[in-house]
Ligand binder design. Structure first.
Ligand code: 173
Length: 327
């Protein structure tokens, strides 16, 4: 965090005049920001809007300096950079920060809206872990109601993925392995070349965003139904947060609350748009029948929770109580 200190002239009867440069007085603070997703793409857009809002509302109070996306910092390093204060504010997802906080990946399993989790203790419980393990404040979830899917270049007739190599992040690992796949972890920036070179037969990704980096050119099928819900959130380094004054925090909080409240509805519309766009681009759907679809989704949640609880026997079961509606 860099502080622009105003040189203030304070006259007092005892010390005459002095120049003041202290916290909480006539100063503007600037936070350094990074996104784990490429600039101006689906999963950075909400954050970029949030930054615009903060920079408009926070003139003379607080500003955000957007350093950029994965060209500035590899996605899987963002959690640690935030924790150590290399950056002050981040746009990232739980799957990219499991190296500092395994429980962060559990957001994908929420079956309740954030508005409810903010009231039922689920948000507070996660916020406690973010503070402890990532030295972070979880400010706002900017993506919700946005299911993940399996995209393929080879057709399947059942959910058996034996013999298929699938690109993953921690989001999909336990589920796709449970279906028999061989998994390869890559950041989003390596998906296109992995498909092009035939290193993978498919990949996990949400319903939106496959056009951003041109993956539709290398994608034949999408498997329906989707499963889980994507989460992308704004996190603030806690040391930087603790140094902010009330006015500076209020600017961040107001922009964050607004963005979180809008996000859930926005993605419902985005999902429909990209579903149509995929069909128009010639991507065929492989849709399971009702019984197979129900089994596929049940397996997704079962494998997902088992994975979270294995990673965190202490917190996993409690997080499940807050997040899940079905057991
Ligand atoms: O597939 C991914 O890279 C991933 O984990 C993710 C998470 C949230 C939104 C988009 C992608």
């Amino acid at each position: 965090m860099s502080r622009k200190c105003a040189l203030g002239l304070v006259a007092t009867t005892l010390v005459g005049s002095l120049f003041v440069c202290s916290s909480g007085w006539a100063q503007e603070v600037t936070l350094r920001a990074v996104s784990a997703f490429a600039e101006k793409t689906t999963y950075s857009r909400g954050f970029e809007k949030f930054i615009e809002q903060v920079n408009a509302d926070g003139k003379g109070v607080i500003q955000i300096n957007y350093i950029g996306g994965p060209k500035a910092m590899p996605p899987f390093e963002v959690g640690n950079a935030l924790k150590t204060g290399v950056i002050d504010i981040a746009n990232t997802t739980g799957a990219f920060t499991t190296n500092v906080m395994p429980e962060s990946d559990a957001w994908k399993l929420t079956e309740r809206p954030m508005s409810e989790l903010r009231k039922n203790g689920g948000y507070d419980y996660m916020a406690m872990i973010y503070a402890q393990k990532m030295n972070a404040i979880f400010l706002a979830r900017l993506v919700d109601n946005n299911p993940f899917h399996l995209y393929l270049n080879k057709p399947i007739s059942t959910s058996d993925l034996t013999g298929l190599k699938i690109r993953i992040t921690p989001v999909y690992r336990d589920f796709f392995q449970a279906l028999g796949a061989t998994v390869v972890q890559t950041p989003p920036g390596e998906v296109y070349t992995s498909l092009e070179r035939g290193v993978v037969d498919g990949y996990g990704w949400p319903i939106t965003g496959i056009f951003d980096l041109g993956w539709h050119e290398k994608t034949k099928y999408r498997v329906d139904p989707g499963f889980y819900t994507a989460e992308v959130s704004v996190l603030v380094n806690k040391t930087a947060w603790d140094k902010l004054n009330d006015k500076q925090r209020a600017v961040l909080r107001n922009a964050a609350d607004r963005a979180e409240a809008e996000a859930a509805a926005e993605f419902v519309a985005e999902n429909a748009k990209d579903t149509k766009r995929q069909a128009d681009a010639g991507i065929q759907t492989i849709a399971f029948d009702a019984a197979a679809a129900a089994a596929y989704r049940a397996k997704a949640y079962q494998a997902g929770w088992e994975g979270i609880i294995k990673q965190s026997p202490e917190h996993g079961p409690k997080i499940r109580d807050f997040f899940a509606t079905t057991k």
